[in-house]
Design a protein around this ligand. Structure first.
Ligand code: GDR
Length: 324
C-alpha cells in the first residue's frame, strides 16, 4: 500500500532531502508551501524532484490552512520541518518566530488529533534548546537552557509534542537535531556563507568575508544523513525523542580554515570580524551524544566535517563558474 507523507517546509534544505528520500521509498509526497514571490523551489529543482510533489497552500501560523492540508493529504506521516529557522533573525522577529515555530506545532498536532489520530508525527526540534549547555555532551536527558527567541519557541514545540504524545497517545516523536549542512543550505547560515565566499573569492568576485563569533563551536553533520534519522523515528513501534549528532565539535574558525584550504587559500587573509554578526546572546558550544539514535534506530552519520565542507565548497565552485 502506498503511503502518503505531508512535509511542512518542503522547500527548505531538510524538506528537499526528506522529500527525495520518501519519493525513493515510494511515498506520495505532499508539501506545504506558503505563497512567496521569490524563488523558493531551487533546492527541489536541483534534486530533480520539483514536479513530483503535490503542493498544498498553507502556513503554520494559520490553523485553518493546516487543518485543510491534513485532511487533503490524508497522511500516514507528517514531518514538521517548517520554521523561521535562522537564529540570528529571531531577535528581530520574536513574535513571528514564536507563532510559527511554537504555536504552529500545536496547529498541526490539533489537526492530527481531530482528523487523523493514527498519523505519525515528526517534530524538528533542535540543539539550540540546549543553549547554555548544562552538560559537556548533550543527550536526551540534558536539561534545556535556550538562548534565543528561536530556541525558546522551539522548546515550546518540543514540549507540546511530548505533551500530545502523553495526553492523547499520538505517535509523535521529536528529533533533537544538531547543526546539519549541505550544498542546499541557505546562504545565511555560517557554513554555506563561508563556502559560497570561498568560491567567490577564488574566482575574484569577492574580496573579504565578514563573520561574527568564530570561536563558537558546533557539532556539524550532513543533512542527507539526518533526514534518514527522521524517517527511522517514524518507523518505530513507539514514538520517542532522539538526539541526532555526530559527536564531534569544531570551531567556526577551524571550519573556515578547512574551506579556504580546500582551494589553496589561507582564511586569515580574507576573514574580517564584524560586530554586526555577533548575537545578543550566544550558544558557545554544542556537542551531541547520538548513542540512543545509534542503539534504537541503528542510525549513524556517514559524512565527517572534512567531507561535508569539501562537498559544499565543490558545489559552490561549480555554481560560481556557471555564473561567470
Ligand atoms: P545556528 O547556525 O545558529 O547554530 O543554528 P548558524 O550557522 O547560523 O551559526 C552557527 C554559529 O556560527 C556563528 N557565526 C555566524 N553565523 C552566521 N549565521 N553568520 C555569521 O556571519 C557568523 N559568524 C559566526 C554563530 O554566532 C553561531 O555560533 C542552526 C540553524 O539551522 C537552526 O535552525 C538549527 O536549529 C540549529 O542550527 C541546529
Amino acid at each position: 500500500m502506498q503511503k502518503n507523507a505531508l512535509i511542512t517546509g518542503v522547500t527548505g534544505q531538510d524538506g528537499a532531502y526528506l522529500a527525495q528520500l520518501l519519493l525513493q521509498k515510494g511515498y506520495q509526497v505532499y508539501g506545504l508551501t506558503a505563497r512567496r514571490s521569490s524563488d523558493t523551489h531551487w533546492r527541489l529543482r536541483e534534486l530533480g524532484i520539483e514536479k513530483d510533489i503535490h503542493y498544498l497552500d498553507g502556513d503554520l501560523a494559520d490553523a485553518c490552512s493546516i487543518q485543510r492540508a491534513v485532511t487533503k493529504a490524508a497522511p500516514h506521516e507528517v514531518y514538521n520541518l517548517g520554521a523561521q529557522s535562522f537564529v540570528g533573525a529571531s531577535w528581530n522577529q520574536p513574535v513571528t518566530t514564536g507563532i510559527v515555530d511554537g504555536l504552529g506545532v500545536t496547529h498541526l498536532l490539533e489537526a492530527i488529533r481531530q482528523f487523523a489520530p493514527e498519523t505519525r508525527f515528526y517534530q524538528a526540534s533542535t540543539s539550540e534548546m540546549f543553549g547554555l549547555i548544562q552538560a559537556e555532551r548533550q543527550d536526551e536527558n540534558t536539561p534545556f537552557y535556550p538562548r534565543s527567541p528561536y530556541g525558546v519557541a522551539k522548546l515550546y514545540g518540543h514540549w507540546i509534542t511530548v505533551n500530545y504524545r502523553e495526553s492523547f497517545q499520538l505517535h509523535a516523536s521529536s528529533g533533537i537535531l544538531f547543526n546539519h549542512e549541505s550544498p542546499l543550505r541557505g546562504i545565511e547560515f555560517v557554513t554555506r556563507k563561508v563556502t559560497d565566499a570561498v568560491a567567490r573569492i577564488k574566482h575574484g568576485l569577492q574580496k573579504e568575508l565578514r563573520l561574527g563569533n568564530i570561536d563558537a563551536k558546533r557539532d556539524w553533520g550532513f543533512a542527507g544523513d539526518y533526514v534518514q534519522a527522521m524517517w527511522l523515528m517514524l518507523q518505530q513501534e513507539r514514538a520517542d525523542d532522539y538526539v541526532v549528532a555526530t559527536g564531534t565539535t569544531t570551531t567556526v574558525r577551524d571550519m573556515c580554515q578547512l574551506a579556504f584550504e580546500h582551494v589553496g587559500l589561507n582564511y586569515q587573509d580574507y576573514v574580517v570580524i564584524d560586530p554586526a554578526f555577533f548575537r545578543p546572546a550566544e550558544v558557545d558550544v554544542l556537542l551531541g551524544n547520538p548513542a540512543k539514535a545509534a542503539r534504537q534506530l541503528g542510525w549513524r552519520p556517514t559524512t565527517d566535517l572534512v567531507q561535508l565542507i569539501t562537498m559544499m565548497v565543490d558545489a559552490d565552485m561549480r555554481r560560481v563558474r556557471k555564473e561567470l
